[in-house]
Design a protein around this ligand. Structure first.
Ligand code: FSO
Ligand code: SF4
Length: 524
């Protein structure tokens, strides 16, 4: 008998499932089982809430509960237990009839026919990713009733034992459609709160003196931290998915937002050793914390790790600030580089900026100066096969443009591969949720050339790791985008029949080698 069952991310054990005492990500079996309990409790809550009036609290619990179960977010039994309790209490509060000891065992999904399990998993993991983005939008006061309602519908569907392909496939596609809505909402929330991102060069070096490193995706937490550290002689450095924050005028105006520390999430256990500064995690990807730097890790929002100081809803970052002052930072300016030896990266090429120079881009395509666009983006991860993405970018011809987003870009964002028409050849569009920007640009180009997105000289070369990437992939499928190259390996939860469906209908293809793939795409 296995201790746990989890196959939700790309690094799952043996490419099949994590079933031992802990997952490859370091999540203990007790955490995995509590995450299943939480999901089961949310499924029951959703069923009840569909029939009775759900409250604001119901939606808040479901959004947070789904986000909490995303890979590398929570490693903490106590907070998960508390969430299960709150979900059960909410179910009892909205319907007295359901106040029983009823529970929904996730093994009903894990142990069922592999195609049904595959489709239900695509829906579940998809809504986990959607919930992460919905959470960030909610933080800024943007919420959608349609999205909240869909969470209930999708969760309730997971309990339907008689549902087959005909019922589940449309829900898989609807998950992608809802994720597009949420990414649009989050884009609106971020740009209305912090302005339209502008091209910005971000240094990797660290100035001497006290500093704080902030990781994750939550721009609101960064804004609050910038305000609370104003005039205190503490510099702020972004980490991981926080890098694109430098492009937002309302964040960048704080002169102590200095640069970016480190590379993608999977390198943190090496990069944080002897770091003379605290690190604040606002979202995933947190890895098991090593003793060497355990006194310097702080979490907030749904991120939790046993023994680490958690900053609560009041968002008082005083403990982080005090730690920064106590550690004092580096004594001298510290030169740092990206993984290819570059000393800086450029970000801020969201749809606002790229479409602002649409004429230049369209002209460059017409004149042949730009022959092809690649969207090389998605998550980074630990597998050696992920060097594919560095090599792929290095091998792209000089008359091509690379759009990128999410943490996968750290594989190549410090490379200088030149410019076309005054624009860098690598255009960082932002975080993973800024896939919305890439979609807007692709649709605008298709309109300008009077063709469909699939007819554009554009190829998507994606890397995936966790469930937000699943949500984005479903959005691309919902939009009918074909010929996506996906790597470094295909998801364990996609059954052979579901894979055949995706290959036949969307020509979804695993990556091979950069040379072979470039040859196939460019035909030379
Ligand atoms: Fe990466 Fe982690 Fe943004 Fe993910 S830092 S892997 S897809 O959380 O969310 O790209
Ligand atoms: Fe395994 Fe990934 Fe699940 Fe962690 S999140 S237990 S690595 S499948």
């Amino acid at each position: 008998m296995s201790n746990m069952f989890c196959f939700q991310c790309e690094q799952t054990a043996g490419g099949v499932a994590c079933t031992a005492r802990a997952g490859v990500c370091g999540k203990q079996d007790s955490v995995a089982n509590l995450q299943d309990d939480l999901t089961g409790a949310m499924i029951l809550l959703a069923k009840v809430a569909q029939k009775h009036a759900p409250t604001k609290n119901t939606y808040r619990l479901i959004t947070e509960g789904l986000f909490t179960t995303v890979t590398n977010v929570s490693f903490d039994n106590d907070s998960l237990q508390e969430m299960v309790k709150q979900v059960e209490q909410d179910r009892a509060a909205i319907s007295a009839d359901s106040a029983t000891c009823e529970n929904f065992e996730m093994t009903k999904i894990w142990d069922t026919n592999e195609d049904i399990r595959s489709l239900k998993t695509l829906i579940l993991l998809g809504i986990r990713g959607v919930a992460a983005y919905a959470y960030h939008a909610q933080t800024l006061g943007y919420e959608s009733e349609d999205v909240n309602r869909f969470f209930l519908k999708a969760l309730a569907a997971l309990a339907e034992e008689e549902y087959g392909m005909d019922e589940l496939l449309p829900l898989v596609m609807e998950t992608g459609e809802i994720n597009l809505k949420v990414m649009e909402l989050l884009d609106k929330a971020n740009t209305e709160a912090y302005g339209t991102p502008k091209p910005t060069t971000v240094p990797f070096s660290i100035e001497k003196g006290p500093f704080i490193v902030i990781s994750g995706h939550d721009l609101h937490d960064l804004k609050l931290l910038l305000e609370q550290t104003e005039g205190k002689g503490i510099n702020i450095y972004t980490h991981g998915e926080m890098l694109p924050a430098h492009g937002y005028p309302e964040l960048k105006k704080h002169s102590h937002l200095k640069g970016n520390f480190g590379t993608a999430w999977q390198n943190q256990q090496k990069e944080f050793i002897d770091l003379p500064a605290p690190v604040l995690f606002t979202t995933n990807c947190l890895m098991p914390v090593k003793d060497n730097y355990a006194d310097r890790i702080f979490t907030t929002a749904v991120v939790e790790y046993p023994g680490m100081v958690h900053i609560g809803e009041e968002k008082d970052f005083t403990p982080v600030i005090e730690k920064a002052l106590e550690l004092g930072g580096y004594k001298e300016d510290k030169p740092m580089t990206g993984i290819n030896g570059g000393t800086q990266a450029t970000t801020g090429f969201g749809h606002g900026t790229v479409l602002g120079v649409a004429d230049v881009v369209i002209e460059a395509v017409k004149s042949g100066a730009i022959k092809h666009f690649f969207l090389v983006g998605g998550c980074d991860g630990a597998k050696p096969g992920r060097n594919y993405y560095t090599e792929f970018v290095q091998k792209t011809p000089k008359d091509t443009v690379i759009l990128t987003l999410a943490c996968g870009k750290y594989r190549f964002n410090d490379l200088d591969i030149g410019q076309i028409g005054g624009l860098p050849r690598i255009l960082d569009m932002g975080q993973c949720n800024d896939a919305y920007s890439a979609i807007k640009v692709a649709v605008a180009l298709a309109d300008a050339f009077d063709c469909g997105v699939n007819d554009l000289p554009l190829t998507l070369v994606l890397s995936w790791y966790e469930q937000k990437a699943v949500a984005i992939l479903l959005t691309l499928l919902h939009l009918g985008i074909k010929n996506i190259l996906l790597g470094p390996s295909l998801p364990a939860f996609v059954s052979p029949n579901v894979l055949s469906f995706l290959q036949e209908n969307f020509a979804l293809t695993p990556i091979s080698t950069p040379d072979e793939d470039l040859k196939k795409i460019l035909g030379n």
